[in-house]
Design a protein around this ligand. Structure first.
Ligand code: SF4
Length: 349
């Protein structure tokens, strides 16, 4: 028994759950390959140009799984993750979108999760998925679901403690929990705010974490926060919860905007994303109010790495200058006889 899972969209948030669930049921998971230029090109060729990049990438991953000969692919329709909190229309209608553009024969596992409706909760969702392999035994599905939550919770415990995405994922899949041993201190701290698929897909995010690490920057994301911290962020910004991703975008950004150790915020959003354009507007206003530097990076399949890097470097340089002038001002107050003009910013911090 095999299931194909596209390495795109909700994969970056929920794969640990699916790993725990399917392995407990004895179903082998086949993942699509990592995103490449070809994945983007093939996906983009099938959908209308206005579609956001993550969905184009998702379609490219479906094609990759079909190339591997996988005939059952998980394409869930996740409508609502809590009462009256909805996903964007593209994620809600994902099975219909895929059916209309991928004209190849395969079985699409298109179960629906809709917590705003009766009888479409998580158990019904999992039951619907298991039925594709004629698994209907309640106890078996319940046990698989328990294992799924265990792997998922272990993954998030590690992420919150600062373990990197890759290390946390591989430890969770081996049923282990590791602790963060990185005690290195960094002169600049930046919170990177985006959907999981815009952050952890190395092709889409152009390896932003590696680039910032090279610039001696420590990065933080929504996955390093608890639900309570993101909820406090939402309260602070006075935002009503509507979109399924409000916690990881608006809530996390507002939390980090208030956090004094964070020097700046970088957001990454897909060109043409409706929910993000609304959320980012609120975040920008709040950052301005609290005088926190913010950089918005918009991506599509044409985005060039050179421009991306230049903007990132300029932003980090500005943060160094800002921090340096703060430190210099503090020293000047203590001893105004010292000369500062030739002090290197990085040495100072
Ligand atoms: S939330 Fe935005 S980026 Fe994500 S699938 Fe919807 S439109 Fe695309």
């Amino acid at each position: 028994m095999q299931v194909g899972i596209p390495r795109a969209l909700s994969y970056y948030d929920f794969f640990p759950f699916w790993f725990g669930f399917f392995s407990d049921l004895g179903i082998e998971i086949v993942l699509s390959d990592k995103t490449t230029k070809q994945t983007m090109t093939r996906g983009s060729a099938l959908v209308v140009p206005e579609t956001c990049l993550p969905v184009k990438v998702y379609v490219g991953h479906i094609l990759n799984l079909l190339d591997k000969g996988i005939d059952k692919i998980l394409v869930p329709s996740i409508q609502s993750i809590a009462p009256k909190i909805y996903n964007c229309s593209k994620i809600r209608g994902l099975p219909d979108l895929v059916r209309n553009v991928v004209k190849k024969p395969f079985t699409m596992i298109e179960a629906t999760l809709d917590k705003s409706e009766k009888n479409q909760g998580l158990y019904e969702f999992l039951k619907e998925i298991a039925a594709y392999w004629n698994i209907t035994d309640f106890e078996r599905i319940r046990k698989a679901s328990k294992n799924a939550w265990k792997v998922y919770n272990n993954f998030y415990i590690m992420r919150r403690s600062g373990v990197s995405y890759k290390a946390a994922l591989s430890a969770a899949m081996e049923n282990k929990v590791i602790i963060n041993s990185d005690s290195k201190s960094y002169p600049i701290n930046i919170a990177v705010i985006a959907h999981g698929y815009n952050l952890y897909d190395e092709r889409t995010s152009m390896k932003i974490f590696e680039k910032l690490e090279k610039l001696d920057v420590k990065t933080y994301t929504a996955q390093n926060l608890t639900q309570e911290q993101m909820a406090e962020g939402l309260n602070a910004i006075n935002s009503r919860l509507y979109w399924a991703n409000e916690y990881e975008i608006t809530g996390a950004a507002a939390h980090y905007i208030q956090d004094r150790k964070i020097d700046g915020i970088v957001t990454i959003n897909a060109f043409g994303c409706g929910p993000d354009s609304l959320m980012l507007e609120r975040i920008s206003r709040y950052a301005k109010k609290l005088n926190k530097p913010i950089l918005h990076l918009s991506i599509d399949e044409q985005t060039g790495e050179a421009g991306f890097v230049t903007r990132l470097e300029a932003f980090v340089d500005m943060l160094y200058r800002k921090k340096r002038s703060k430190i210099i001002n503090k020293i000047k107050i203590k001893d105004n006889t010292e000369r500062f003009s030739d002090i290197n910013c990085r040495d100072l911090i």
